[in-house]
Design a binder for this molecule. Sequence first.
Ligand SMILES: Cc1cc2nc3c(=O)[nH]c(=O)nc-3n(C[C@H](O)[C@H](O)[C@H](O)COP(=O)(O)OP(=O)(O)OC[C@H]3O[C@@H](n4cnc5c(N)ncnc54)[C@H](O)[C@@H]3O)c2cc1C
Length: 256
Amino acid sequence: GAVGGCLDATGCEYEKFGVKLEEAVPRTHWAKATPDNTANSGPELFDPLKACIDAQSTIEAVYETALKRLVTNADGVVVGIEAEGKNGTEFYKANKGVMLATGGFPAGLEMQERFCQDALDYATYMSDVCTGDGIKAAMGVGADLYNMCNYYPIEVAQSYHYNVQYNDVYHSWNMDKEGYMEVPAMNLAETHGGLAINADAQVLDVWGQPIEHLYCSGCDTGTNIFGIPGNYPGCGCYVSFSIAFGRIAGEKMATA
Ligand SMILES: Cc1cc2nc3c(=O)[nH]c(=O)nc-3n(C[C@H](O)[C@H](O)[C@H](O)COP(=O)(O)OP(=O)(O)OC[C@H]3O[C@@H](n4cnc5c(N)ncnc54)[C@H](O)[C@@H]3O)c2cc1C
């Protein structure tokens, strides 16, 4: 549980959050680091998943192509997406379903202005492309929203050690060659608001009914497990949204 909005899981640096080490409860699993990683910080979780995807002949990853809208049939069933690719508008058909996972809106100022104005006081060190596109696309087909004005603010400057590969992705980070970086005070991490879903990761409409063939995982989901803004119950809470609901949605779509 949360102790004054702090981390309480093994592997974290408790004291900077005001929690004594002896109060902490061990509950975190760490992925085994690969030899080329400079820090225990993500690729060891992601790379095995990507290797599984690469090994499937039926999955094609498409890059530099942004979701814009969902496409539905006359019955309101999601049947595909409209996207913006390198050569303009593209459409992708989805026979079994669409899972939204665009990372919430930590960099989405327009979305924050509408739903979570307190967050505008913060800069963000999250990816600058996480502007709430998935949430907006789902709103376009009648999705309900949940807990939109909740987020994780970092009030006090913090030092982190990450894998230097991250800098290839997040150019905005001020990371040194060893992977150390400072997150300045008044930084917004994850947003907690997003789409209302059920236990099958299906997106719900404003009447609480699933929108057929529409799923969601990660920070595009609306959650209340963090309670008030500032709470962070434990390490890994955020990636667990992606993994847990991504897995559930994947299973549902595969067997649809
Ligand atoms: C420095 C840092 C440290 C962190 N440490 C931890 C930690 O220790 N433990 C933890 O649990 N969490 C941690 N997090 C948070 C965690 O990484 C995120 O909450 C999690 O990755 C969110 O997963 P997601 O699948 O919702 O979105 P993301 O992993 O953010 O992925 C969203 C993806 O959607 C793409 N996208 C956005 N818009 C579109 C669009 N319109 N069309 C197509 N694609 C789009 C983005 O490019 C991105 O690839 C950390 C985050 C950062 C930045």
